[in-house]
Design a protein around this ligand. Sequence first.
Ligand code: C5P
Length: 283
Amino acid sequence: MKTRAWAKLNLTLDVLGKREDGYHDLCMVMQSVTLHDTLTLEPNEGQGLRVRTNLRFLPTGDKNLAAAAALRFWEALGREPEHLDIEIEKRIPVCAGMAGGSSDAAAVLRALNELAGFPFTPTELAKVGEKVGSDVPYCVLGGTALAEGRGEVLTPLPALPPCWVVACKPDFPISTPELFARIDSCKIRCRPDTAGMLKALKAGSLEEVARRMYNVFEDVLPERYQARVAEIKHVLIQKGALGANMSGTGPTAFGLFDSEEAAREAQAALQEGYRDTSLCRSV
Ligand code: C5P
């Protein structure tokens, strides 16, 4: 079976506080986009569960979230693990704030659920995904959604008005736990207007949505990284984006465009300096 795993972007990201379990309470407006990995699931002859990707540095065994998802799926079903090969063709940049690993895990859950004749509803499947990672439940459902709690409390929202999205990942790594630690040690001065964002989505106004995009993590990036993300956002805006934002804990920045031509120009301009630049649409 072949299936797709869509990337996610954060239209907003707010960190409300640290919880006793070590996680943080979040409030995020999420959007899936057509940039995707392709997964192939195929039974093998007694070789157990194997994961392979086209990127050599990614884990291949149980440490890969796709394998973890398969194991959780069979566990939830009360079945023994099966002999299965999962091959992942990665296109979503890794460690980019676009939930690539979580999205692969979600795609495995959806595919195994379909192959098993849909024993779980989408909501039940999202619940299975909670044990794999905080972003997995959202990735199971996809679309435009409000994610609260650890990320697992989901409310579907009116779809983002049709637009073009240019996403660009600068070439430096961000450690998610480190960025959460940084945000704990400072006072958040500026937060997204989440209520305004929900209103803008309800009104179907791309301009209003784009204007309200905000991510609190951008303010706590190390200074040299902050400057690089700001530079990408500047190019996006200069080329005609209605708004630009960083996704997740970064470092990917993206812009929303109402003109395909402008989006293509932005993509071309950014591609000169950044290999991981893609043009996509919302899903
Ligand atoms: O849930 P997941 O394994 O994807 O989370 C990765 C890391 O991100 C956690 O170990 C934690 O440091 C941080 N995190 C958090 N609060 C959340 C989600 C993630 O602190 N709601």
